[in-house]
Design a protein around this ligand. Structure first.
Ligand SMILES: [Zn+2]
Ligand SMILES: [Zn+2]
Length: 456
């Protein structure tokens, strides 16, 4: 027998995951729809890779300096003995797909977008989930700054379209020419301050010194103020590239903030790095405002070399649909995300009427009349109350008598006026009635008085 505790756990989603219900999904779907429309308009093609990949694919991409990322990956052995991983992100699978489908022989650049779940075993905290939805945009096979600018602009447009006020932060992390020199300088600087570093940073110092600039611990944050900055060590090519990206931003009137501490820990990243930040006001006076990264990305010119032994200059980024939805919930007027309420409510009384109405519903669907109903409630009062609550303009009433006669009563929910029509005429009549009711008049109708109901 199952223990009580176990039973209780059985009825909950695993830690760090959640169910998305209708009220979440209308927002999710609308975000995805708007992003997708923009992506398609600007020439991106949709791609969908599996939710899991060979673990070695990610291990190869991540190199040997990223134990943090490895720890966050959901790796497992399949029954056949394959070593697999639930994808922690989609850049690596996208590059894998580029090689697998010979996209290098198509006209370059290849522009793709994708949307789907990613998985990371992070410690759950507010707005962070172990399964989350990402919307990715990638341009593969182009090294010009226009590709970086296009990518950033796409996210800028998407956030505008979704009505999210996000600040763009930009940086460059150089390339194989200039980054090693910078890294040496950085290590030399931190060597002098090693004892002041937090525990995590002591580890980062050895494995991934660029990530030292990422630390939020107060002492580390103070140390980085005086740390050498990448921008001073850029080679001429990287300098030219970054300058060009910034010129595009100016031309496109996209405002940005240079953030010299914006870095990527993985070796396959190069040059441009960007993030979009939303500031969330504190819930009470004691708490500070929260900085929430809603999207970001950068250039990853060396990923192709690592995975496929072939140089594929590429740039891309992603935004978190969950996070954007969270921001929208807190800041935006969500009316437009809620979808149209049904305009017509179908009321049926008794078995004969229920049978008739199941048949009728399909006729209404074909006639594109949005309809809602309550299958079980058998009192006219109960059903009229629901019709009023959902904001329907008209109710269709089928009782015993109507089911026998082959008629339907149309009730105007505002005026209470009713008329009885044969089935065959109802659709035509409803079409003309719906056209005549202005949208502004809609939503929520008055409650019924007892007197009103008694007249029925
Ligand atoms: Zn630190
Ligand atoms: Zn360089």
């Amino acid at each position: 027998m199952l223990s009580k505790q176990f039973k209780k756990e059985l009825l909950k989603t695993p830690r760090g995951t959640r169910d998305l219900l209708e009220s979440d999904l209308v927002i999710f779907d609308e975000i995805k729809k708007r992003a997708e429309e923009l992506a398609r308009y600007y020439g991106y093609h949709k791609i969908q890779t599996p939710a899991f990949e060979h673990a070695d694919l990610f291990l190869a991409a991540l190199g040997d300096t990223t134990d943090m990322v490895e720890k966050q990956m959901y790796t497992f052995r399949s029954r056949g003995g394959d070593h697999l991983v639930l994808r922690p992100e989609k850049t690596v699978p996208t590059m894998r797909a580029y090689f697998e489908h010979g996209m290098q022989s198509e006209p370059q650049p290849v522009m793709v977008y994708s949307v789907g779940s990613c998985f990371r075993h992070e410690s759950p905290q507010k707005g962070r989930f172990r399964e989350f939805t990402q919307f990715d945009l990638d341009i593969l096979g182009e090294d010009l700054a226009v590709a970086d600018a296009t990518t950033i602009r796409m996210f800028n447009l998407i956030f505008k379209e979704i009505k999210i006020d996000a600040t763009l932060e930009l940086n460059t992390i150089g390339d194989k020419e200039c980054r090693p020199i910078y890294r040496k300088e950085l290590v030399a600087y931190y060597r002098k301050h090693f004892n002041q570093l937090c525990k995590d940073c002591k580890r980062r110092y050895k494995e991934n010194p660029l990530r030292l600039l990422d630390c939020k611990e107060p002492t580390c944050a103070e140390l980085k103020q005086k740390a050498p900055q990448m921008i001073e060590y850029l080679c001429d090519e990287c300098k030219k590239h970054f300058k060009s990206v910034l010129e595009f931003m100016d031309t496109l009137e996209i405002s940005y903030r240079l953030n010299p501490y914006l870095v990527r820990g993985l070796d396959y990243y190069s040059r441009t790095v960007f993030e979009f930040i939303v500031t969330i006001p504190p819930e009470n006076e004691k708490e500070p405002a929260r900085r929430l990264e809603v999207g970001g990305g950068g250039r990853y010119d060396y990923l192709g070399d690592v995975l496929g032994g072939r140089h594929v200059p590429a740039v891309g980024g992603a935004f978190g649909v969950d996070r954007v939805a969270e921001v929208l919930r807190q800041s935006a007027d969500l009316e437009e995300y809620k979808g149209q309420p049904p305009r017509v409510f179908l009321i049926q009384l008794g078995d004969a009427a229920k049978k008739k109405s199941l048949y009728l519903m399909e006729e209404f669907r074909k006639a594109k009349i949005p309809l809602s109903q309550s299958l079980s409630k058998d009192s006219i009062r109960g059903q009229l109350r629901i019709a009023s609550k959902v904001g329907a303009d008209f109710s269709l009433i089928i009782g015993q008598k109507e089911a026998m006669d082959g008629t339907v009563i149309i009730r105007d929910m505002d005026s209470g006026m009713q008329e009885s029509l044969p089935f065959a005429k109802v659709i035509e009549r409803l079409h003309s009635k719906l056209k005549s009711v202005p949208f502004s008049k809609r939503m929520p109708k008055a409650e019924f008085s007892e007197e009103d109901l008694n007249q029925l």
